[in-house]
Design a protein around this ligand. Structure first.
Ligand code: CO
Length: 134
């Protein structure tokens, strides 16, 4: 069912510093920072030949990654995102087999303008897992 690894998201407390690390130390191509108020994050995209890394910094007072950074003050891997061809079919299949879809179960528009869903980390090896229709 799942296809390519679309991205790995890393939560950071200092986005400029993280972007500099990827750009200067690792020699990566790094985008300008983009505010995503609907998701409570400010994001930098790191383009790799085979996937992307998204560096996420909290935006606003009730960012969904604020608690994660409290527990992981030096940052850390927040979620992985896999591509699926049909997100509603993927959701229905997972729900039928007892896997938990977060929120109201309806896809939302993700960082790349495509429908996304998040799956409960306890059902997926302790890792918050995003599905994106691609
Ligand atoms: Co993501």
């Amino acid at each position: 069912m799942i296809g390519r690894l679309n991205h790995v998201a890393i939560a950071v407390s200092d986005l400029d510093q993280a972007a500099t690390t990827y750009r200067d130390a690792l020699g990566a191509t790094v985008s300008e920072a983009v505010d995503q108020p609907d998701h409570g994050v400010r994001v930098v995209f790191v383009e790799l030949p085979n996937t992307k890394i998204e560096l996420l910094q909290p935006l606003g007072t009730d960012s969904p990654i604020a608690g994660f950074l409290e527990k992981n003050p030096s940052g850390g891997i927040h979620h992985v995102c896999y591509e699926v061809e049909d997100i509603l079919a993927a959701r229905d299949r997972l729900k039928e087999t007892g896997h938990r879809v977060l929120g109201d179960g309806e896809p939302k528009t993700g960082a790349h303008g495509k429908p996304v869903l998040f799956l409960h980390p306890k059902d997926f090896c302790g890792t918050l897992t995003e599905l994106e229709e691609a």
